[in-house]
Design a protein around this ligand. Structure first.
Ligand SMILES: [Ca+2]
Length: 252
């Protein structure tokens, strides 16, 4: 019933919220359609699949208003990001999704979407250990999509066929990011170290729009940049604690 309450609260929201806020509220007429579908299927009884670290899953939603429910486990303190992207980027089968993330107690902890973006994500700094539930709703067009998860609680390795893993100081690492993909890199730093990370498009006339998010050893977001349409982005900060930092990179 927590889900029902949240949906009712969203319905009562007087206007569509500003774009991009991870905790922003959103309401559309299409959202009301999905309400009926979710009521018919108790939220706690459904799961369409399980998300694991750095593992891309391909799925689809067939009709506007339908939803998929994904679960994953996290420990308190983990910094977690779940990102999805449409597989079809044009026409009326290009997914327009809303993501609602619930913690093990059933409380909504993050939401994003319903803007017509081809890729979007939700993120959180977990305060509870246990099974989290992500509801993906086709609020606009339905369609095929890919979805993947990265967490500061995951081992830092490059998944098969993808990129990521430990970074070397002064070394240029290369990779590829498609719509909805995310790559997780990591490095060790000591308290007091000055850190500078720069990411750029390696393809001539490429379309990469880099986003960088840096998480500290405690799983908290340290700094981030992106969303300006530049071909290169950078972040700099001073480490305040020893440990492994995680770098999550995506493209808009
Ligand atoms: Ca990649």
């Amino acid at each position: 019933m927590e889900l029902m309450k949240t949906l009712t609260d969203l319905h009562a929201s007087p206007r569509r919220a500003a774009k991009g806020g991870p905790h922003s509220q959103a309401k559309t007429l299409a959202f009301l359609f999905c309400l009926a579908g979710l009521v018919a299927m108790p939220e706690t009884a459904r799961a369409d699949g399980t998300l694991t670290c750095n593992n891309i899953i391909y799925s689809d939603i067939g009709s506007t208003g339908d939803s998929n429910i994904w679960t994953f486990t996290a420990n308190a303190g983990d910094g977690v990001i779940v990102r999805l992207g449409a597989q079809v980027l044009t026409g009326t089968n290009s997914l327009d999704a809303l993501m609602l993330l619930y913690n093990p107690a059933g409380t909504l902890v993050a939401q994003n979407g319903d803007y017509g973006d081809k890729a979007l994500d939700v993120s959180m700094h977990a305060t509870n250990s246990g099974t989290y539930r992500l509801v993906v709703i086709a609020v606009g067009f339905p369609g095929a999509y890919l979805i993947n998860l990265a967490s500061t609680g995951c081992p830092s390795v490059a998944p098969p066929g993808d990129q990521g893993g430990p970074m070397t100081n002064g070394w240029m690492h290369t990779g590829y990011i498609g719509i909805g993909d995310l790559d997780a890199w990591s490095f060790y730093a000591s308290a007091g170290d000055g850190i500078f990370i720069r990411m750029g498009n390696s393809a001539t006339n490429g379309t990469l729009d880099p986003y960088l998010r840096i998480y500290g050893p405690d799983g908290a977001l340290v700094t981030w940049t992106g969303g300006y349409g530049y071909l290169a982005e950078e972040v700099s900060f001073r480490a305040t604690t020893n440990g492994t930092f995680t770098v999550i990179v995506v493209t808009r």
